[in-house]
Design a protein around this ligand. Structure first.
Ligand SMILES: [Zn+2]
Length: 141
């Protein structure tokens, strides 16, 4: 299970639990995620951005990944913009900051930054959800 901070078109923020990041993507696409405040179904992640683990477990989906590469890049760009707009950049302090937030040692806020695979795993072990986001370039090269 994974929880996301979500935001509707009218900027209402709410939290929802999903079976996985993929399940979230599917439900949003099917417009089955609905804002509890206004019923809007244009939902985006408000991004609490501690890292998301995006390990591809399924290697048989190469063909569909290829056809959807452009969509995927666009989606990743949107996420990147949202992260940049809504989160504090903490750089390599990411793991430390995520911990401080988790343990209430600092103000709760959205952060993003760099974490190594080991750091992300250690955070996960401590029950700190974080998501790793493929950081795509803003524009096509
Ligand atoms: Zn709403």
């Amino acid at each position: 299970m994974i929880s996301f901070d979500l935001k509707c078109e009218n900027d209402h923020k709410f939290e929802s639990w999903f079976q996985s990041g993929d399940a979230f993507d599917r439900l949003v696409k099917a417009k089955q995620v609905i804002c509890p405040i206004c019923g809007n179904n244009k939902i985006t992640k408000a991004l609490m951005a501690p890292a998301v683990s995006r390990t591809k477990k399924n290697n048989n989906k190469n063909s569909s990944i290829a056809t959807n590469a452009l969509d995927y890049m666009n989606a990743m760009r949107t996420i990147r913009r949202q992260v940049e707009e809504n989160s504090d950049y903490v750089g390599s302090q990411f793991a430390e900051e995520a911990r401080k937030i988790h343990y209430g040692e600092t103000d709760e806020r959205n952060i993003f930054g760099e974490a190594t695979k080991e750091e992300a795993e250690a955070l996960k072990d401590e029950g700190i959800e974080c998501e790793r986001i493929p950081w795509v370039p803003d524009h096509d090269a």
